[in-house]
Write a protein that binds this ligand. Structure first.
Ligand code: DSN
Length: 487
């Protein structure tokens, strides 16, 4: 695995000129913003970024977002806008959708969602529109909700509020937007969860089926933000069909592995789900945003994402999605995606052989979940100690977490970002060594009543400095945006 297969191909000289000019223009108005932008690059260049949901977009993607497309209103869809003068927005939206369809082999793509939560809301309301509202309209002989009598409308609103969603539990790796109470989805639906097998940490499809039969949800959501294994979407679809549910798959985390054909067959959600939602900025390495793929029967309902739950689209971001999807259609992106998954396995093995305990014992996607209670730490302590040593991770609950969602018992590590820098197996094994060194050298401090603190900790003298120096060596060998020079 070489750097050439995983990093961006770009012209550092051209990118340097573009960014220097941009910073000069910005700095003439508010120099502190120009400085912060510059400093962000320095900081990102100087740390081992292992946040599983982050990446480094190409300069082409980033530059596409800084222009006058930002000034356009364009409610509606390509060719059917509520504003005049949208011909160029039509071009980029149509291009982004076409690239998305081709990239994922999907019959229909909607590229307006601004984020993952927006994409999920579009999908959930599309299911409600198709399966609850449409039959109600038909029954009332109306073409539009505005044509319903007040009594029919009241009945429909009750029906819309009386639906069920089944999603993966949060501590098993599910996501807040899959029907959990702090999120709007949890207020829209009566929610129930499926978890993982307590012995193996793996999804238990028989248990999912049993829960679905009992709960009879309108929507089953599959997908995760902290589950380190593949999901059998063919099996999930079978379960959905058996109970008359619509299968929505949130592939935000692993979209890059689907695009790069690492997840294929039963593990590719696109042929199996009724609707697939995603973000574009995680393993897919695009701009910050969301999108939805759908089977034809849901296409019209998804298309009404605006005005159903979205306002004006972000044309500059849709343009950047078109560029990112075009990049992901190049053959080298498949090499990148393969390297992300291979590197995750090396990281998992490197941690395990040095004594770390991993949820499910390993990984077959882009992320690893370490149960840090084996080091006598909470996730919060591990996250902070690693940050002191220049390693950026995030704390995460593990299944049945005894420390709850704030302190947690785990840290989540992902390989997409460092793989974009050209890290290969040697670098990831060394990264595992550094992580275990830091965690082994960290101890919780005692609280006043003599118990171990869940937040405070000490790292043995010299370990953080030594790790920072070792990380700097790895990073120097794999510069972020090589040749890009702001000075
Ligand atoms: N915040 C994203 C993550 O880190 O997984 C998901 O919303």
């Amino acid at each position: 695995m070489t750097a050439a297969r995983t990093t961006h191909t770009f012209d550092g000289v051209a990118a340097s000129a573009a960014y220097r000019s941009a910073l000069e223009v910005i700095g003439a108005v508010e120099p502190r913003v120009a400085d912060a932008i510059s400093q962000e690059l320095t900081d990102q260049r100087g740390s081992l970024k292992l946040i599983a949901s982050e990446n480094y977009a190409s300069p082409a993607v980033l530059l596409t977002m800084g222009n006058w497309f930002s000034d356009k209103y364009a409610e509606g869809t390509a060719g059917h806008r509520f504003y005049a003068g949208c011909q160029n927005v039509d071009t980029v939206e149509a291009l982004a959708a076409e690239h998305a369809r081709e990239l994922f082999g999907a019959p229909y793509a909607y590229v307006q969602p601004h984020s993952g939560i927006d994409a999920n809301l579009v999908a959930f309301w599309a299911v409600l529109a198709q399966r609850v509202e449409l039959p109600a309209l038909q029954q009332a002989g109306a073409r539009h909700v505005n044509d319903l009598t007040d009594a029919d409308w009241a009945t429909l609103r009750r029906a819309l509020g009386d639906q069920r969603m089944l999603g993966m539990s949060l501590d098993a790796g599910g996501h807040l937007t899959h029907g959990f109470r702090p999120n709007i989805s949890g207020k829209m639906f009566e929610q129930s969860s499926y978890g993982t097998d307590p012995a193996t940490g793996l999804l238990d499809y028989a248990a999912v089926r049993a829960r679905a039969r009992e709960f009879r949800p309108l929507i089953i959501v599959a997908g995760y933000s902290a589950y380190p294994r593949r999901v059998d979407f063919a099996a999930m679809r079978e379960i959905a069909d058996e109970v008359g549910a619509t299968l929505v798959v949130d592939m935000a985390h692993f979209a890059g592995l689907v695009a790069g054909k690492v997840l294929t067959g039963d593990f590719d959600p696109v042929p199996h789900a009724h609707i697939v939602t995603s973000t574009s900025h995680k393993s897919l390495r695009g701009p910050r945003g969301g999108f939805v793929l759908a089977q034809p029967e849901f296409a019209d309902a998804v298309d009404r994402g605006c005005p159903m739950v979205l306002g004006g689209p972000l044309p500059h971001v849709m343009a950047a999605k078109a560029v990112a999807f075009a990049e992901a259609r190049r053959p080298e992106f498949a090499g990148y995606a393969r390297a992300v998954a291979d590197n995750a396995q090396v990281l998992a093995e490197g941690l395990t052989k040095r004594g770390a305990r991993l949820v499910t014992g390993g990984t077959d996607n882009h992320l690893v979940l370490v149960d840090v209670t084996g080091f006598g730490l909470t996730g919060r302590q591990a996250e902070s100690a690693l940050l002191d040593a220049g390693i950026v991770t995030n704390r995460n609950a593990v299944p049945a977490d005894p420390n709850g969602a704030w302190y947690t018992s785990g840290i989540r590590l992902g390989t997409p970002a460092l793989t974009s820098r050209g890290f290969g197996p040697g670098e990831f094994d060394r990264t595992a060594e550094l992580i275990v060194d830091v965690l082994s050298a960290t101890t919780p401090t005692a609280t006043r009543d003599g118990r171990a603190s869940q937040a405070k900790y000490v790292v043995a003298d010299g370990v953080a400095d030594r790790t920072r120096a070792a990380a700097a060596e790895l990073l120097a060998a794999h510069p972020l945006y090589p040749g890009l020079d702001l000075a």
